[in-house]
Design a binder for this molecule. Structure first.
Ligand SMILES: Cc1cc2nc3c(=O)[nH]c(=O)nc-3n(C[C@H](O)[C@H](O)[C@H](O)COP(=O)(O)O)c2cc1C
Length: 256
Protein backbone atom coordinates (compact mmCIF):
# COMPACT_ATOMS: atom_id res chain seq x y z
CA UNK A 1 0.00 0.00 0.00
CA UNK A 2 2.84 2.37 0.73
CA UNK A 3 3.79 2.46 -2.93
CA UNK A 4 0.27 3.12 -4.09
CA UNK A 5 0.44 6.12 -1.84
CA UNK A 6 3.54 7.13 -3.74
CA UNK A 7 1.58 6.91 -6.99
CA UNK A 8 -1.09 9.09 -5.46
CA UNK A 9 1.55 11.57 -4.38
CA UNK A 10 3.16 11.49 -7.78
CA UNK A 11 -0.06 12.06 -9.62
CA UNK A 12 -3.20 12.39 -7.53
CA UNK A 13 -5.58 12.49 -10.51
CA UNK A 14 -8.67 10.36 -10.81
CA UNK A 15 -7.62 8.78 -14.10
CA UNK A 16 -4.48 7.28 -12.58
CA UNK A 17 -6.30 6.04 -9.53
CA UNK A 18 -9.00 4.42 -11.71
CA UNK A 19 -6.30 2.71 -13.73
CA UNK A 20 -4.70 1.39 -10.56
CA UNK A 21 -8.02 0.16 -9.23
CA UNK A 22 -8.82 -1.70 -12.45
CA UNK A 23 -5.45 -3.29 -12.85
CA UNK A 24 -4.69 -3.98 -9.21
CA UNK A 25 -2.00 -2.27 -7.27
CA UNK A 26 0.29 -5.15 -6.29
CA UNK A 27 2.26 -5.27 -9.54
CA UNK A 28 2.61 -1.53 -9.58
CA UNK A 29 3.94 -1.58 -6.06
CA UNK A 30 6.77 -3.89 -6.98
CA UNK A 31 7.82 -1.67 -9.84
CA UNK A 32 7.42 1.67 -8.23
CA UNK A 33 11.15 2.32 -8.07
CA UNK A 34 11.28 2.39 -11.88
CA UNK A 35 9.68 5.53 -13.05
CA UNK A 36 7.31 7.45 -10.86
CA UNK A 37 8.33 10.68 -9.32
CA UNK A 38 6.57 13.90 -8.59
CA UNK A 39 7.43 15.41 -11.99
CA UNK A 40 5.35 12.96 -14.03
CA UNK A 41 2.05 14.02 -15.52
CA UNK A 42 -1.13 12.08 -15.19
CA UNK A 43 -0.84 10.81 -18.76
CA UNK A 44 2.77 9.74 -18.23
CA UNK A 45 1.81 7.63 -15.27
CA UNK A 46 -1.20 6.06 -17.02
CA UNK A 47 0.93 5.24 -20.04
CA UNK A 48 3.58 3.78 -17.80
CA UNK A 49 1.03 1.60 -16.00
CA UNK A 50 -0.38 0.39 -19.33
CA UNK A 51 3.06 -0.39 -20.72
CA UNK A 52 3.94 -2.56 -17.72
CA UNK A 53 0.68 -4.45 -17.89
CA UNK A 54 0.81 -5.01 -21.63
CA UNK A 55 4.34 -6.35 -21.36
CA UNK A 56 3.27 -8.57 -18.52
CA UNK A 57 0.23 -9.89 -20.41
CA UNK A 58 2.40 -10.81 -23.38
CA UNK A 59 4.97 -12.54 -21.17
CA UNK A 60 2.25 -14.45 -19.30
CA UNK A 61 0.67 -15.54 -22.59
CA UNK A 62 4.01 -16.80 -23.87
CA UNK A 63 4.74 -18.55 -20.60
CA UNK A 64 1.34 -20.25 -20.52
CA UNK A 65 1.71 -21.54 -24.07
CA UNK A 66 5.11 -22.97 -23.36
CA UNK A 67 4.32 -24.57 -20.04
CA UNK A 68 0.85 -26.13 -20.35
CA UNK A 69 1.02 -29.81 -19.52
CA UNK A 70 -1.59 -32.55 -19.11
CA UNK A 71 -1.73 -33.81 -15.53
CA UNK A 72 -4.22 -36.59 -16.27
CA UNK A 73 -7.07 -37.00 -13.76
CA UNK A 74 -6.33 -35.30 -10.46
CA UNK A 75 -8.58 -33.48 -8.01
CA UNK A 76 -7.22 -30.10 -9.03
CA UNK A 77 -8.90 -27.79 -6.56
CA UNK A 78 -6.73 -25.70 -4.31
CA UNK A 79 -7.07 -24.54 -1.60
CA UNK A 80 -9.02 -27.18 0.28
CA UNK A 81 -10.02 -26.77 3.92
CA UNK A 82 -8.92 -29.01 6.75
CA UNK A 83 -12.09 -29.92 8.62
CA UNK A 84 -12.40 -32.08 11.69
CA UNK A 85 -15.69 -33.94 11.74
CA UNK A 86 -16.77 -35.38 15.08
CA UNK A 87 -19.80 -37.42 16.12
CA UNK A 88 -21.04 -39.69 18.92
CA UNK A 89 -22.23 -43.22 18.32
CA UNK A 90 -25.59 -44.33 19.71
CA UNK A 91 -23.93 -45.09 23.09
CA UNK A 92 -22.35 -41.65 23.37
CA UNK A 93 -18.78 -42.62 22.44
CA UNK A 94 -17.18 -40.09 20.19
CA UNK A 95 -14.93 -40.32 17.15
CA UNK A 96 -13.38 -37.75 14.85
CA UNK A 97 -11.88 -37.70 11.37
CA UNK A 98 -10.08 -35.27 9.07
CA UNK A 99 -12.03 -34.24 5.95
CA UNK A 100 -10.81 -31.96 3.21
CA UNK A 101 -13.65 -32.60 0.81
CA UNK A 102 -16.16 -30.32 2.45
CA UNK A 103 -17.75 -27.05 1.48
CA UNK A 104 -20.48 -24.64 2.47
CA UNK A 105 -23.47 -25.30 0.20
CA UNK A 106 -25.97 -22.74 1.53
CA UNK A 107 -25.91 -19.95 4.11
CA UNK A 108 -26.79 -22.52 6.78
CA UNK A 109 -25.55 -25.78 5.26
CA UNK A 110 -22.33 -27.68 4.82
CA UNK A 111 -21.69 -30.69 2.57
CA UNK A 112 -19.05 -33.30 3.35
CA UNK A 113 -17.91 -36.04 1.02
CA UNK A 114 -16.90 -38.90 3.25
CA UNK A 115 -16.50 -42.65 2.75
CA UNK A 116 -19.09 -45.07 3.97
CA UNK A 117 -16.52 -47.21 5.83
CA UNK A 118 -15.27 -44.51 8.20
CA UNK A 119 -16.28 -44.88 11.82
CA UNK A 120 -17.29 -41.21 11.94
CA UNK A 121 -19.65 -41.70 8.99
CA UNK A 122 -21.34 -44.56 10.81
CA UNK A 123 -21.73 -42.37 13.92
CA UNK A 124 -23.30 -39.55 11.90
CA UNK A 125 -25.83 -41.91 10.36
CA UNK A 126 -26.65 -43.31 13.81
CA UNK A 127 -27.10 -40.08 15.74
CA UNK A 128 -28.03 -37.75 12.86
CA UNK A 129 -25.76 -35.02 14.19
CA UNK A 130 -22.11 -33.97 13.94
CA UNK A 131 -19.74 -31.07 14.40
CA UNK A 132 -17.25 -29.65 11.92
CA UNK A 133 -14.23 -27.79 13.30
CA UNK A 134 -11.72 -25.74 11.37
CA UNK A 135 -8.26 -27.16 11.97
CA UNK A 136 -5.63 -24.54 12.68
CA UNK A 137 -1.85 -24.52 12.62
CA UNK A 138 -1.53 -24.90 16.39
CA UNK A 139 -3.34 -28.26 16.22
CA UNK A 140 -1.91 -29.65 12.98
CA UNK A 141 -0.44 -32.83 14.48
CA UNK A 142 -3.73 -33.95 15.98
CA UNK A 143 -5.68 -32.87 12.89
CA UNK A 144 -3.43 -35.04 10.74
CA UNK A 145 -3.67 -37.94 13.22
CA UNK A 146 -7.46 -37.81 12.84
CA UNK A 147 -6.87 -38.40 9.13
CA UNK A 148 -4.39 -41.27 9.52
CA UNK A 149 -5.83 -43.32 12.37
CA UNK A 150 -9.05 -45.23 11.79
CA UNK A 151 -11.47 -45.46 14.68
CA UNK A 152 -12.40 -49.01 13.64
CA UNK A 153 -8.80 -50.12 14.25
CA UNK A 154 -7.93 -47.69 17.03
CA UNK A 155 -10.87 -47.62 19.44
CA UNK A 156 -9.16 -45.06 21.72
CA UNK A 157 -8.41 -42.75 18.76
CA UNK A 158 -9.75 -39.60 20.38
CA UNK A 159 -8.42 -40.37 23.89
CA UNK A 160 -4.89 -40.81 22.50
CA UNK A 161 -4.75 -37.15 21.53
CA UNK A 162 -5.24 -35.94 25.11
CA UNK A 163 -7.86 -33.52 23.78
CA UNK A 164 -11.22 -32.99 25.44
CA UNK A 165 -14.72 -32.55 24.05
CA UNK A 166 -17.93 -31.03 25.36
CA UNK A 167 -21.39 -31.98 24.21
CA UNK A 168 -22.91 -29.31 21.99
CA UNK A 169 -25.80 -27.42 23.58
CA UNK A 170 -27.74 -27.54 20.31
CA UNK A 171 -27.11 -30.92 18.72
CA UNK A 172 -26.20 -34.40 19.91
CA UNK A 173 -22.54 -34.16 18.90
CA UNK A 174 -19.20 -33.35 20.55
CA UNK A 175 -17.43 -30.00 20.26
CA UNK A 176 -13.68 -30.59 20.48
CA UNK A 177 -12.50 -27.96 22.94
CA UNK A 178 -9.09 -27.31 21.38
CA UNK A 179 -10.20 -26.26 17.89
CA UNK A 180 -11.01 -22.55 17.58
CA UNK A 181 -14.14 -22.54 15.39
CA UNK A 182 -16.77 -25.28 15.24
CA UNK A 183 -20.05 -25.69 13.37
CA UNK A 184 -22.72 -27.68 15.21
CA UNK A 185 -24.85 -29.54 12.66
CA UNK A 186 -27.92 -31.67 12.34
CA UNK A 187 -27.92 -34.24 9.58
CA UNK A 188 -30.12 -32.80 6.84
CA UNK A 189 -29.56 -35.07 3.87
CA UNK A 190 -27.51 -38.04 2.74
CA UNK A 191 -26.76 -38.47 -0.94
CA UNK A 192 -24.99 -41.59 -2.19
CA UNK A 193 -22.41 -40.90 -4.87
CA UNK A 194 -20.58 -43.63 -6.76
CA UNK A 195 -17.85 -43.94 -4.15
CA UNK A 196 -18.95 -42.07 -1.06
CA UNK A 197 -21.67 -40.25 0.78
CA UNK A 198 -22.40 -36.60 0.47
CA UNK A 199 -23.47 -35.72 4.00
CA UNK A 200 -25.33 -32.44 4.21
CA UNK A 201 -25.49 -30.80 7.61
CA UNK A 202 -27.78 -27.97 8.68
CA UNK A 203 -25.72 -25.60 10.80
CA UNK A 204 -27.57 -25.04 14.09
CA UNK A 205 -24.87 -22.84 15.59
CA UNK A 206 -21.21 -21.89 15.33
CA UNK A 207 -19.00 -21.63 18.41
CA UNK A 208 -15.73 -19.72 18.27
CA UNK A 209 -12.99 -18.90 20.76
CA UNK A 210 -13.27 -15.24 21.68
CA UNK A 211 -9.58 -14.78 20.91
CA UNK A 212 -10.36 -15.52 17.23
CA UNK A 213 -12.82 -12.66 16.84
CA UNK A 214 -12.20 -9.18 15.55
CA UNK A 215 -13.84 -6.05 16.96
CA UNK A 216 -16.97 -6.58 14.83
CA UNK A 217 -17.61 -9.93 16.54
CA UNK A 218 -16.83 -11.99 13.42
CA UNK A 219 -14.07 -14.56 13.02
CA UNK A 220 -10.82 -12.91 12.00
CA UNK A 221 -8.94 -15.14 9.53
CA UNK A 222 -5.70 -13.38 10.44
CA UNK A 223 -6.04 -14.68 14.01
CA UNK A 224 -7.34 -18.11 13.05
CA UNK A 225 -4.33 -19.47 11.16
CA UNK A 226 -6.57 -22.05 9.50
CA UNK A 227 -4.86 -24.92 7.76
CA UNK A 228 -5.18 -25.34 4.02
CA UNK A 229 -4.80 -28.77 2.42
CA UNK A 230 -3.01 -29.02 -0.90
CA UNK A 231 -4.04 -32.21 -2.64
CA UNK A 232 -1.40 -31.86 -5.35
CA UNK A 233 1.51 -32.51 -2.99
CA UNK A 234 -0.36 -33.41 0.20
CA UNK A 235 0.96 -30.36 2.02
CA UNK A 236 -0.56 -28.31 4.77
CA UNK A 237 -0.35 -24.55 4.38
CA UNK A 238 -1.62 -21.67 6.43
CA UNK A 239 -3.76 -18.88 5.11
CA UNK A 240 -1.79 -15.87 3.97
CA UNK A 241 -2.21 -12.14 3.99
CA UNK A 242 -5.41 -10.36 3.01
CA UNK A 243 -4.99 -9.04 -0.53
CA UNK A 244 -8.42 -7.62 -1.30
CA UNK A 245 -12.08 -7.28 -0.42
CA UNK A 246 -14.64 -9.59 -2.06
CA UNK A 247 -17.57 -7.95 -3.87
CA UNK A 248 -15.36 -4.91 -4.16
CA UNK A 249 -12.11 -5.67 -6.00
CA UNK A 250 -13.98 -6.05 -9.30
CA UNK A 251 -16.19 -2.98 -8.94
CA UNK A 252 -14.21 -0.69 -11.28
CA UNK A 253 -14.78 -3.19 -14.10
CA UNK A 254 -18.53 -3.04 -13.44
CA UNK A 255 -18.43 0.64 -14.34
CA UNK A 256 -16.66 0.18 -17.70
C1 LIG B 1 -5.69 -34.23 4.90
C2 LIG B 1 -6.72 -35.34 4.91
C3 LIG B 1 -7.94 -35.11 4.32
C4 LIG B 1 -8.90 -36.12 4.29
N1 LIG B 1 -10.12 -35.88 3.70
C5 LIG B 1 -11.05 -36.85 3.66
C6 LIG B 1 -12.32 -36.59 3.07
O1 LIG B 1 -12.63 -35.47 2.64
N2 LIG B 1 -13.21 -37.62 3.00
C7 LIG B 1 -12.92 -38.87 3.49
O2 LIG B 1 -13.77 -39.76 3.40
N3 LIG B 1 -11.73 -39.14 4.08
C8 LIG B 1 -10.79 -38.16 4.18
N4 LIG B 1 -9.60 -38.40 4.80
C9 LIG B 1 -9.34 -39.72 5.34
C10 LIG B 1 -9.98 -39.95 6.73
O3 LIG B 1 -9.78 -38.86 7.59
C11 LIG B 1 -9.35 -41.19 7.35
O4 LIG B 1 -9.66 -42.31 6.54
C12 LIG B 1 -9.74 -41.44 8.79
O5 LIG B 1 -8.96 -42.51 9.26
C13 LIG B 1 -11.19 -41.79 9.00
O6 LIG B 1 -11.39 -41.87 10.39
P1 LIG B 1 -12.49 -42.77 11.10
O7 LIG B 1 -12.59 -44.09 10.37
O8 LIG B 1 -11.95 -42.94 12.50
O9 LIG B 1 -13.77 -42.03 11.07
C14 LIG B 1 -8.63 -37.40 4.86
C15 LIG B 1 -7.38 -37.61 5.47
C16 LIG B 1 -6.44 -36.58 5.50
C17 LIG B 1 -5.10 -36.81 6.16
Amino acid sequence: MADVCRVRQACPKAKVLDELAVRGSNQIERRMGLGVNVRHTENDVVEWINRIFNQQRKTNKRKLKMTKKDLSVVPAVYPMPVLIVAAYDKDGKMNAMNAAWGMICDMDKIALFISEGHKTTKHILETKAFTVAIADMAHMDVADFFGIAAGNKTPDKFERTGYTATKSQRVNAPVIDEFPVTMECELAEVVSTETMYCIVGKIANVVADEAMLSDNGKVDPAKLNALIFDQFQSGYYVTGEKVGQAWNAGKPLMQK
